[in-house]
Design a protein around this ligand. Sequence first.
Ligand code: BG6
Length: 491
Amino acid sequence: VESPSSLILLFGATGDLAKRKLYPSLYNLYIKGQLSDRFAVVGVARRLKNDAELREWVKDSILTYGESENEKDINAFTSHFYYQSHDVTDSASYKQLKTLVDRLDKEYELGGNRIFYLAMSPEFFGTVAEHLKEDGLTDTNGFKRLVIEKPFGHDLQSAIKLNNQIRKAFDEDEIYRIDHYLGKEMVQNIEVIRFSNAIFEPLWNNRYISNIQITSSETLGVEERANYYDKSGAIRDMVQNHMMQMVTLLAMEPPIKLTTDEIRSEKVKVLRALRPVDKKNIHDYFVRGQYGKGQINGKEVVGYRQEMNVPEDSNTETYFAGKLLIDNFRWAGVPFYVRTGKRMAAKSTKIVIQFKDIPMNLYFKTGSNLKPNLLVIHIQPDEGITLHLNVKKAGQGIVTTPIKLKYSTKGVDGMNTPEAYEKLLYDCLRGDATNFTHWDEVALSWQFVDEISAVWENEPAVFPNYPAGSMGPKEADLLLEKDGFSWWSII
Ligand code: BG6
């Protein structure tokens, strides 16, 4: 289905995100006929000169990161792009922008529909939103939507401040806070797996599930992002947003309808039920790590403290593991173990739901290889699910053996599922905010995370404590061992 006509005003048009994700995704929508022909993109940045340069830039991005090499299509697509050099703090600059936007609105018959996409340095998010209103850009007859990249604040306090700034110009339902994990095919599948299967839904609670493990490991290090990352760390970079979002989707109650408000309100309830951990007990529930030198794919890599722009004594965690408890009827007593880190052994995001052992297993005897039932949701790079069961081992005698039932979306469809950004852009164009983060979710997850950061920031850690290429510090294993569990391997 084609989305409504719209102008997209993109701040950060020469940035990394635009280049790697936004242009190729928008182009895919265009090729699939999911973008109205009546669309125009105004790219706002500082380093280019004119429309022609931006169009070349976009073309180059599609050729490098996209799936097409069809020059004719690409040229037709980029003809919708316009460039505006811009100073984010200067009103005169916004007035110029308004003149251009108003002109394009008429030319392309866009009906005044506007999407303002902030894919730039977060320090300017608030300022830009305020100017958009003050200088008349949000004054339109069509819809106006603000798409805002992470990080949404640095902690609860700064997030509140930012939110107040953007709320001066946009209503909550006009704000699309990006969490790109919510655009991933298998993250969106969590709900469907849970709520459309009679064999899972009745078991999805503390009577039958013993623990849930969410792992998002990366092999990349900090790359060129130390200026941001060293002030952020794994907890702010990954846990406050992506990991917490996966927890809410796994734990929420079935919504009464599949509408944005109903789904979000169930997710918010999960966050409200998260058990706050007292400062003095933080170490019993959460583990931090920082990578030292090691090997990734057989190649030597330096430790975090030796990376470009990282202070030699940095106390920033590049690894997080934690035990989250949700104090409600469904989940009381079921730990949600969450871990994420840079420079780990593999790039992988997986969720393992471990079911309880049956009370008296008749096959629990020597010679039987009994394993707990697991449901594994593969988020990336594989996409699919695996169900671990026990069956009889073929042959003489009654001995059990574990087997796996596998489903892989890539195998079935024979193609890659759309990139998260493609789905999210399409949702935003159609006005569907379900897979974006509501303010209440942002606030509650900061509140939870702030308690942990407050303790960690005041206590220097003994870093580095895991070698690059490993699965993290040994304390993360102990975290589960003391509860009688262990991490299921993700490799
Ligand atoms: C981003 C973080 O939000 O997510 C990065 O800022 C991280 O540090 C990235 O690398 C991981 O995303 P994905 O989709 O590769 O798992």
